[in-house]
Design a protein. Sequence first.
Length: 121
Amino acid sequence: MNHRNKFGAKKCEYDGHKFDSQGERDYYKHLLTKYAKEDIVAHPPKVSLIPTMSWKLDFYITSEDRYIDFKGMETKDFKEKLKVWKAFGPTVLTVAVTTPIIKYHEEDYGPGLYCWKAISG
């Protein structure tokens, strides 16, 4: 695959999964070092937050009941969904980013990655 999205990310494949960016693929590889392969669901079904909004997240960790979204950049759509997740999200959400673009990172989460966790209200 050699397609780029509107942000310049290059789509790719690894381990039978298609990823929207090389960063997302690399994050999947990082998850494989922390969790059993069967605990990682790449591209889980959309999560319905409110009747008019759902979120297609990148990963779900079954052993922790935790969703993960990999972000290369912060968008208006992401900010809106994050606000709704804080109020109505069903479980923990980890946002993994390549740079501290999100002001609220709390811990390093792999080489060059930061994360911010939001727990539903």
